[in-house]
Design a protein around this ligand. Sequence first.
Ligand code: HEC
Length: 145
Amino acid sequence: MSKFTAILGAAVLAISVSGTMTTSAQADEAKLIKKGSKVFKKCKACHVATEEKNKVGPHLVNIVGRKIAAVEGYAYSDASKAKAAEGLVWDEANLAAFLEKPRKFLKGTKMAFGGLRKEKDRNAIIAYFKSVATKKEEAPKEEAK
Ligand code: HEC
């Protein structure tokens, strides 16, 4: 084997090794997102996550990092409005806590949903929300302060 072939071989090996690592991390993420999209079926009767369309519940476009009760024109409960006045943001921790036990996290909420008891389901649905948010071509405009 010539020196050149050896170097080329090493380079190809290095590329394929790093390539494989990226692919498996991406595959894990893709699996989690796919699982999340399935978990989201439990919410679909009341929520849309890919379009700014309200059903029984407010739309969930860009929900991760969104302020609570931020959809204009949606009639939130007093419980949601009170939290909005406190400045609550749906970061991942708050979302996970709410989705585990909605009525415990948000006493008086009008969201009639028992909760996602499995941590894996909560992680998966949050990954799904993030994936549909980043896929959106245009993020909703920042509200003027
Ligand atoms: C039976 C209908 C129903 C189901 C099922 C439901 N929700 Fe809701 N959801 C609501 C309603 C109604 C509200 C408004 C709550 C309020 O103002 O108290 C809400 C509010 C929310 C909010 C807060 C939105 C905001 O703008 O502050 C999030 C996040 C949310 N739901 C996520 C989910 C997820 C995720 C699921 C599925 C695992 C789900 N919901 C299932 C009806 C539902």
